[in-house]
Write a protein that binds this ligand. Sequence first.
Ligand SMILES: Nc1ncnc2c1ncn2[C@@H]1O[C@H](COP(=O)(O)OP(=O)(O)OP(=O)(O)O)[C@@H](O)[C@H]1O
Ligand SMILES: [Mg+2]
Length: 248
Amino acid sequence: MISIKNLYKKFDSKIIYEDLSIDIEEGEKLVIIGQSGVGKSVLLKHIVGLIKPDSGTVSIDGTDLGKIGVSALFRQRKKFGFVFQGGALFDSMSVAENVALPLREHTKMTFTGAMEKVSEKLEMVGLKGCENLETAELSGGMRKRVAIARAIIMEPAYILYDEPTTGLDPILAEHINELIVDLNARLNITSIVVTHDISSAYTIASRIAMLYQGKIIHSGSPQDTKKSNNPYLLQFLQGKSEGPIDTN
Ligand SMILES: Nc1ncnc2c1ncn2[C@@H]1O[C@H](COP(=O)(O)OP(=O)(O)OP(=O)(O)O)[C@@H](O)[C@H]1O
Ligand SMILES: [Mg+2]
């Protein structure tokens, strides 16, 4: 379980979170929505300890990340798979080399053992037999799948997706959404998905949380979200998700 309590963070004079609290339970598919620049990616980075809070706590399975040393933090981090915004693949490497990277960094697995794992994960994301393809040649949807295969290669308890469908056409986006749901069930994993695509949120989520002006201003099932009267949520759902909301 992930527990974020009273998180406060600012960059220079800009306050990103003001007293943000949220608990994420095992097995959940939590989708975090919010406008561009609201702090969605930075929140994922707090969860894996890449960014530290100014005050407040982030705890993973009862361990406060602020109270542990570097090696303990690395152990916590191994519980996570991270699908970065934009994919972050190495174009100079093959698909298999990209997917195997965490194994090379964190394990002493043999080449044969690693390739077995790579094939297994590629099959799970619908890329059976694609080991030797050139990463640079892949379509957008395939790139996302490779990034997801890499994120699950260490068999994490939690998987974080940062804007997994951005830049994909609606049909490819839907396929990725279905894959996220499918992996959540098959791997018995907890999924946290950051997106500003509300239709993706409805497809994936067991719970939708909205980040707005430093706080979680809504948290509920997709049904509750559709029925909510929260004005900021309504404004977001009506598609005015780009650009600042006029609060004057
Ligand atoms: N390392 C950093 N140092 C200083 N400011 C940062 C840093 N990382 C992010 N920011 C700022 O924090 C704010 C939140 O950034 P974040 O990337 O979390 O937004 P986001 O909600 O993910 O936006 P988008 O939907 O565009 O990806 C932005 O104003 C950003 O410029
Ligand atoms: Mg972001």
